[in-house]
Design a protein around this ligand. Sequence first.
Ligand SMILES: Cc1ncc(C[n+]2csc(CCOP(=O)(O)OP(=O)(O)O)c2C)c(N)n1
Length: 295
Amino acid sequence: MSIPLDSSGPQMKDYASSQMCTWCDACGDYGIWTAIKKALVELKIHPWQALLCFDVGCHGNMADKLNGYRFHGLHGRVIPFAAGAKIANRTLPVIAVGGDGASFSEGVGHLVHAIRSNYPIVFILHNNANYGLTTGQASALTPKGQKMNVSPNGIPERMLPSMDFVFSLQPTFVARGFSGDIPQLTGILKEAIAHRGFAFVDVLQSCPTYNHFATHDYLLEHCYDVGKEGHDAKNFEKARQLAVDTSQRIATGVLYRDEDVPDFCEELVPRKGKTTELIEEVQSADITRFYPEFI
Ligand SMILES: Cc1ncc(C[n+]2csc(CCOP(=O)(O)OP(=O)(O)O)c2C)c(N)n1
């Protein structure tokens, strides 16, 4: 993908917004918010050179907490918005941000097709294992038996095995980060932005108000960096195993990457050889002659 570079580069303050953050004290959203800005700054991408798309939820409230081109859509629908924008203008890095509720329930179909289509966008999953904004209901990623606000007897359903599910769809980039490790997450996001196709980044985040099972301290104790243990991110089976087995330790870092698969835009025959982008080809057309047919 082509990332517009500017040797002068932005600074963190260029991404600052005048809106106050409203997340709870110690929410993992602060760490993810910081890592997104740091990754863009370190890649020398100015706020006007990227598009950030947000789902609805606590994470989605980031939409006005940073400066730049941002789109705040409907619950569960961030991926189609982001993919559409990317298809219209392939020169633009596009980052979509969604919660685990939105992404593995309301919008799970979009995630399936984004991976299958290999849309060249980054998808950051704010994985707090619950529906945060609506006050702590269970999501598909809440463990079975866990007591939640409106489930005092514990969750009756099995947890959706999200990573196994993602790997079953033949992804081209899968990473996992932790909201408490901002330097590592910044590096992961930089690699995701540079990836050729769809980059799935699962970020385990603390939710001190509603998630009392995978707390910041628990994640801090269990997460380790696979990059420091010599993991080969080309090894699909090993990556899948590392992603799925979190019983003893939780593998973080870039787990899997395949840069040899063409992305969705590269596969579009009508776009082959075009030097323009779709947004440059928009023309006004006179459709008044069709009115009588529909009135
Ligand atoms: C289609 C639809 N269903 C439900 C809602 C209500 N709703 C808004 S935010 C939210 C919870 C979001 O949870 P998640 O996606 O996990 O994000 P988080 O708040 O945890 O960051 C829900 C259920 C909605 N706005 N639209």
